[in-house]
Design a protein. Structure first.
Length: 295
């Protein structure tokens, strides 16, 4: 069995401690804040609270994906060390980063013909993407081969469900996911949109729900509807949030009370600076394993 590493982009939105504990390698996206470029490095360059405070105050943000040259520089030391690579990318439904990874793979395989680089589109984002990575680490640790873990990722990536809501529509309007008119009406009526990720890895608005209290109940209802074994779900559950920990904690508390067989407590992470540049503050996302996403 060949020695291999599993790898992802920083947009999997787990903590550095989590990545290290699970021996998951990662490469950082980039973002700009008021024209200055930073690495999306899990909150090290700019603490998350400062980043979201700047956004709330009107700061300009822009994101850029990892380019092919950066992937080559990142992958090559593993290959030189005799390791194969399984890299899982951020969803192609929201980023073209998989194309950069594939270009790097093709270039490097010419120079390292005895090594193998496998690339998988996660069709996921934020800590849902992280939930998939955590499972792949489990399989590697169980002794599964590179090809076996690759096939699992390809087969089961659509079993990770991603549900999001936001209490601040400003950045959804800015990004074009919600119209200005709908955003204005939503603000007046205290509407919190509930979105999910479809089977092409795109973020899709699904419901318009009045009041934060109702949307918190509804997002947990969606977990009860779609999770493996419904409320007997015994897998892991992750949440990520963009500077609204109390809302994330309210969702986690409700999940833990309704799903008594969870594998551990709900893990709460921050929405990183790449995804957060588009959602802005006020977003809570819930991730769990369930039936295959079909639409």
């Amino acid at each position: 069995m060949r020695d291999y590493i599993i790898s992802c982009c920083s947009t999997a939105d787990l903590t550095e401690e989590h990545f290290k504990a699970r021996d998951i390698s990662y490469i950082c996206f980039h973002f700009e804040l008021n024209g200055k470029e930073y690495a999306d490095d899990l909150g090290k360059s700019i603490p998350f609270d400062q980043f979201y405070a700047a956004m709330a105050a009107g700061a300009d943000t822009k994101t850029s994906q990892v380019n092919a040259e950066e992937f080559e520089e990142y992958f090559e030391p593993f290959l030189k060390a005799g390791k194969d690579i399984l890299h899982i990318t951020l969803s192609s439904g929201i980023s073209g980063v998989i194309n950069s990874a594939i270009i790097a793979k093709e270039n490097l395989e010419e120079r390292y013909p005895d090594r193998k680089i496998l690339i998988v589109d996660s069709l996921g984002a934020s800590s849902g993407y992280g939930l998939l990575m955590d499972k792949l680490a489990d399989l590697r640790d169980e002794g599964k081969s590179l090809d076996e873990v690759f096939r699992y990722a390809e087969k089961h990536r659509l079993n990770v469900h991603h549900w999001f809501f936001s209490t601040d529509l400003t950045f959804y309007v800015k990004g074009g996911r919600i119209s200005k008119t709908a955003g204005a009406i939503g603000g007046v009526l205290n509407i919190c949109p509930l979105l999910n990720m479809d089977n092409q890895g795109r973020l899709i608005p699904r419901y318009k729900i009045r009041t934060k209290r109702k949307v918190i109940r509804t997002i947990v209802d969606k977990m009860a509807e779609y999770a493996d074994h419904q409320t007997d779900y015994n897998g892991k559950c992750y949440i990520s949030h963009s500077e609204c920990y109390e809302d994330a904690r309210a969702v986690a508390d409700l999940v833990e009370s309704r799903f008594p067989y969870l594998n551990g407590k709900v893990e709460i992470n921050n929405v990183g600076t790449t995804i957060g540049s588009h959602t802005g503050p006020g977003t809570v996302a819930l991730f769990f394993w369930g039936d295959t996403r079909t639409e």
